[in-house]
Design a protein around this ligand. Sequence first.
Ligand code: FAD
Length: 463
Amino acid sequence: MSSFKTIYQEVVGNQYDFGTGTWAVDSDKIEMKLDQYGAYHPYLTEPNWNFTDEEVELFKQTCLSTSTKNESDIAKSLFDQVSNIKYNPQLGYYCGLYIGHVLEGNYRKNGSSGGFVTWICSQLLRHDYIDAVIHVKKSEQPDKLFEYDISRDESGLNDGAKTKYYPVEYSEVIKTVKEVPGRYAVVGLPSYIMELRLLADQDPIIKDRLRFMIGLVCGHQKTTKFAEFLAWQCGIKPGDLKTINFRKKQEDSPASKYAIELVGTIDGEERTIVKKMSELVGGNWGQGMFKIRASDFTDDVMNETADVTLGDAWLPEYTTDSKGNNIVIVRHPVIKKLIEDAIGNHLLQVDRSDEDTIFRSQSSHFRHTQNELSYRLYCKDKSQDWRPQKRIVASKNISMIRRRIQDKRAEICLQTPTLYQKAVEQHSLKYFIKEITPLTNSYKNLYRMQRIENKLHRILSKK
Ligand SMILES: Cc1cc2nc3c(=O)[nH]c(=O)nc-3n(C[C@H](O)[C@H](O)[C@H](O)COP(=O)(O)OP(=O)(O)OC[C@H]3O[C@@H](n4cnc5c(N)ncnc54)[C@H](O)[C@@H]3O)c2cc1C
């Protein structure tokens, strides 16, 4: 039987901790706090707490990186019996695949993509399937911009629309779920939804009250410093940012070329600034600046244990529309019926989609998160480091150039926090840019080499 110290070191010490808040739900001896680099971790409330074998086993079974159940096990137990359900190894279970947006109301205008997440939550409330929605809203706390909160009506729901590329943890709201009877839906990233499923497996109250789990696709999680760094580039110094809209739609641009909108103080005056992401350092998601390292050790692209999964339709035929479109993977029959009824009533504009199109919308995500995870696992095994068990098998069987790209991504991810901290200490944004640029330049060079290699392959294959 592992001790608490061992599993803490394995998971938190080795950066396989997604910062969800699950252990703080398991035990009052644990609390969630942001570390100096802007990532959530579980901490002991008293340094000398001891844990029984049962408590340690509960931590183990409710943690994605140590549980004996993986996403496929959980998804099978939830969805295998749903009538007309299909299974695809990449997408997971599904009974409906759609791409489109909400026509009704202002959901699309207020949302990051097609407005589907807020619309589905609102439908579940309106049709009395739930009493409340747990999602992410602006925080009034001084140390954070956003936090998980509970909305019980349409206006609260709308306040929480929009993607937050910002860390959040759910220990306090899930404790509220345990204290306040009711039927809840929760919106979350893949690791959060999976750990809620694991929690629900251990706790019948959570299982009963969390009626719907609404999943987002997630390229990777960011630390709080991502928002701070974007703001600093716009003239808002660390500590002076009040709020940020990470996904401001630009009327004249494709949906993928969005801007950010910031509110903060510059020279004592409150200012609102809009800046295109493409004009800022850090906007390249492949590079993974300010990425939570655990994100590199999930293999769940499509939030496979969620009742419905929503993402952006990153496909040329949809991104030309600046207003945004969702991909929608439905697994729960109630949500399928709500969508089908709304299609009939012209409240939604959707295309019925297929596995290949949905897959293509996230093809780079699949390559990094599934195909090339094999290489990241291989590197861990080679250096004989502890690592979580994944559904992907460790292997170095990817091209040399892709291995180097993976190495560079790891370097950028691991070096960003300390370089950025030094920049803040020195009050010098320039310091960070100067130090990170050689890494991002060599990353770009690798992509140049890959393009040349691909071109050569095409020429040779024609001969
Ligand atoms: C960190 C992160 C990474 C993402 N990466 C990808 C990606 O790689 N590919 C892709 O296709 N889509 C990704 N998404 C999802 C995408 O940005 C949209 O959120 C999704 O398409 C839903 O859009 P919508 O218009 O339907 O949602 P909206 O109607 O705008 O509603 C969004 C809902 O999500 C909740 N929410 C916002 N941020 C968070 C958060 N951090 N954790 C939990 N709930 C939250 C809000 O409170 C709100 O209820 C990511 C989202 C996040 C938060």
